[in-house]
Design a protein around this ligand. Structure first.
Ligand SMILES: NC(=O)c1ccc[n+]([C@@H]2O[C@H](COP(=O)([O-])OP(=O)(O)OC[C@H]3O[C@@H](n4cnc5c(N)ncnc54)[C@H](O)[C@@H]3O)[C@@H](O)[C@H]2O)c1
Length: 435
């Protein structure tokens, strides 16, 4: 199948590459010329495990190409995916300007009937707006399908190649057949392709992200309460997670959700709900709980060191919003770092992949070092903010020797309190009593 993918971010690049991996002919478009130049030179603009090799392999095989020209890509393709960003607008809604801009560019380039597939996360009713934008500039027939994406950064290739489900929203039988055919190699293990109307497909994506965010906020609230009543959230998590109606997934307490999706999608669903005249009470509480959670570590730091942190230095392990990505959009680390700096502290940070991104966002406000141990040298305490696997089994003797005080704030509960106590640390984590 000849496919164009508009937008080569975390979703577009992964989708395009995985479609090419299955033997399709794919052209990926981005209007950012630097991104395209870098991709053409074999350099990926993002970090995603395994993606680099897969891109090279498919480019070499002649199945994957990159361009800044929507026109070239559209005229050569039968199916065009829109995978551009839908950031949060000032009023909390999803900013559709990139999606509708891409739709217009597609319409202008259309030389025959096409199937346009919306993979960006968009509010209910957007497929109709996309169709309208395209039809306003072309006489050719277009079928607009909603096909939300559920991949997770850090595991994107696996998620795309082996999805839990594929959602296809359309009322057009022909378009549905084409999409089912395209996705059938990805669901050979029996996972479902769920066909529905476009509005339900669009809502499915927001409902999924909102429910996942709710689980995180819920366990964070339980964790905060555990601390106050002397319970251990790790035990409670096991206790509830073994109930099949609840399940063990997505119940890890921490420092609040971040990233490029949950914050903006929860906000956009809330906004859409208000626009529809409905007060979505749970969503408001989820957002409120998450904002609070981003401040929990800071509260623990100020309880130990006082409100004025001037003259103190804090080592931070983990800047990305989660492991195995360099993405720092809405990362809780940013709120925490800014909170430390605002109280006069100095911050030394390390991350296995997000150093470049951290430099871009934080400039010279913090010192970034190449080794996580170096970050500890002379620091007053260590804060662990992302659960990268390289941080899971560190050399505690070295950390203790390098830190001024053996104090660790663990925002991800990756260490055992007993072990930390035995190693002579003062250890603060989430939802467990300090040791
Ligand atoms: N990142 C994720 O984990 C994830 C998962 C599922 C769904 N989504 C959704 O997928 C969409 C894309 O997310 P992302 O993280 O890949 O975004 P991103 O910001 O990483 O990438 C978007 C890309 O689109 C390009 N672009 C924007 N408008 C364009 C246009 N008119 N023509 C050509 N290129 C254009 C930008 O230059 C950018 O490279 C969003 O709606 C997001 O909510 C993201």
């Amino acid at each position: 199948m000849k496919i164009a993918v508009i937008g080569t971010g975390y979703v577009g690049l992964v989708a395009g590459t995985c479609f090419a991996e299955n033997g399709n002919q794919v052209i990926c478009v981005d209007f950012n010329p630097e991104k395209v130049a870098s991709l053409r030179n074999g350099k990926l603009p993002i970090y995603e495990p395994g993606l680099d090799e897969m891109v090279q392999r498919n480019v070499l095989a002649g199945r994957l190409a990159f361009t800044t020209s929507t026109s070239d890509a559209v005229s050569a393709s039968a199916v065009i995916f829109i995978a551009v960003g839908t950031p949060q607008d000032e009023d909390g809604s999803a900013d559709l300007s990139y999606v509708l801009g891409a739709a217009r560019d597609i319409g202008i380039a259309m030389n025959e009937p096409k199937i346009v597939v919306d993979k960006s996360t968009v509010p209910v009713g957007t497929a109709e707006l996309v169709a309208k934008a395209i039809r306003s500039v072309t006489p050719h027939a277009v079928s607009v399908v909603s096909n939300p994406e559920f991949l997770k950064e850090g595991n994107a290739i696996d998620d795309f190649l082996k999805p839990d489900r594929v959602v296809i929203g359309t009322d057009d039988d022909e378009a549905r057949k084409v999409l089912v055919d395209l996705y059938s190699p990805f669901v050979r293990t029996g996972k479902p392709i769920l066909c529905m109307d476009t509005r339900s497909a669009e809502m499915t994506k927001y409902a999924a992200n909102a429910l996942l965010a709710t689980k995180i906020s819920f366990i964070n609230e339980i964790a905060n309460l555990c601390e106050r009543v002397g319970a251990d959230v790790a035990k409670v998590r096991e206790g509830i997670g073994s109930d099949v109606r609840i399940g063990p997934h997505f119940l890890f307490p921490g420092i609040g959700y971040g990233g490029s999706c949950f914050p903006k999608d929860v906000s956009a669903l809330g906004r859409a709900s208000r626009d529809a005249g409905y007060k979505f009470r749970i969503l408001e509480a989820v957002q409120d709980a998450n904002e609070h959670q981003k401040g929990v570590i800071l509260e623990k730091v100020t309880t130990v060191f006082g409100q004025d942190l001037s003259g103190l230095t804090f080592a931070i392990w983990g800047l990305a919003f989660k492991p195995k990505t360099d993405d720092m959009r809405e990362a809780p680390s940013l709120t925490i770092i800014r909170g430390l700096l605002a109280r006069g502290a100095k911050v030394v940070g390390h991350d296995p992949e997000a150093m470049k991104e951290a430099r871009r966002i934080l400039g010279d406000s913090i010192r970034l070092v190449d080794s996580n141990y170096e970050a500890c040298t002379g620091a007053d305490a260590l804060l662990v903010l992302t659960e990268w696997s390289t941080y899971q089994r560190p050399d505690f003797d070295t950390i203790k020797r390098l830190l001024k005080n053996p104090v660790v704030f663990d925002g991800r509960n990756i260490y055992s309190p007993e072990r930390m106590r035995a190693s002579g640390f003062t250890y603060h984590s989430i939802g467990r009593s300090p040791v």
